[in-house]
Design a protein around this ligand. Structure first.
Ligand SMILES: C[S@@+](CC[C@H](N)C(=O)[O-])C[C@H]1O[C@@H](n2cnc3c(N)ncnc32)[C@H](O)[C@@H]1O
Length: 241
């Protein structure tokens, strides 16, 4: 195996076995190094920022959606042309840059992140990419932030969120979707894009979106895991009827 693949496989294992992974960090300070690399090496535009992050992750694995699955995300965004997007789980801001760089004039991404250091990193990465006017990073978890998200949606003169990128703790995929539904934040036409449906997967979410056919149209796309193409993964895309 080439040294880069070895290094990213090893750093994937160390991240996954780290005690801090459920708190949103790989446990060895790589997120701080990533921020330094973006601020020092990337030009101030989305393409250069994403390229710098992908290059960093080719040696030191990061839990971003990455470029393979990122292309499926790009297509889903291009198909839906959302005005209001909610992302659950920002991490270091890779998908926030990816999504917001494609949004049409006036459209916005609300990016929810529970880890304060990650929220700060994502804010700085988005700023470096020149996209601060399109992204609002909200620090916290959904059940505490529903009121704030409702207010942000209203400020955008919208009634519902058009696109939800679900990419946080897999144990909360279903309960957070149900929370958005109970609060009237999603409705007819909202697209749900759920990442990592094979690794590590979210069985309750999968069961719900595939069995409630009167509520949702759901399609699963098989793809490869972020930065480790030898591992399978999938994304599940559902549209509310
Ligand atoms: C897989 S990463 C997100 C990757 C990012 N969407 C990307 O593709 O660039 C998951 C992130 O979700 C955050 N997170 C985990 N549980 C959360 C929760 N309940 N609410 C908000 N954020 C959460 C973690 O701190 C971590 O930063």
């Amino acid at each position: 195996m080439a040294p880069e693949i070895l290094s990213r496989t090893w750093t994937f294992i160390t991240a996954m076995t780290s005690k801090s992974i459920l708190d949103g960090s790989a446990g060895d300070g790589r997120e701080k190094l990533l921020l330094k690399s973006v601020l020092e090496d990337a030009e101030k535009n989305p393409e250069s920022v994403m390229k710098t992050i992908d290059k960093f992750a080719s040696r030191s694995w990061l839990m971003n959606i990455g470029d393979d699955k990122g292309q499926l995300l790009d297509k889903a965004i291009a198909d839906r042309k959302p005005k209001v997007v909610l992302e659950l789980g920002a991490y270091i801001g890779y998908s926030a840059v990816r999504i917001s760089s494609q949004l049409e004039e006036g459209a916005k991404l609300i990016s929810l992140e529970m880890n304060p250091e990650n929220a700060s990193t994502a804010t700085q990465v988005v700023e470096h990419a020149g996209l601060s006017d399109k992204v609002v990073v909200v620090e916290g978890i959904l059940k505490d932030k529903v009121g704030e998200i409702k207010r942000l949606v209203e400020e955008m003169n919208a009634e519902i969120i058009d696109f939800v990128f679900i990419d946080h703790d897999k144990r909360y995929y279903l309960s957070d979707y149900l929370l958005l539904k109970e609060n009237g934040l999603v409705g007819k036409g909202t697209v749900l894009f759920a990442d990592n449906m094979k690794i590590p997967g979210s069985p309750e979410y999968r069961e719900y979106v595939t069995s409630n056919k009167e509520e949702l149209d759901t399609v699963e796309h098989n793809t490869r895991f972020e930065y480790l193409r030898f591992l399978p993964d999938s994304v599940v895309i559902s549209t509310l009827k």
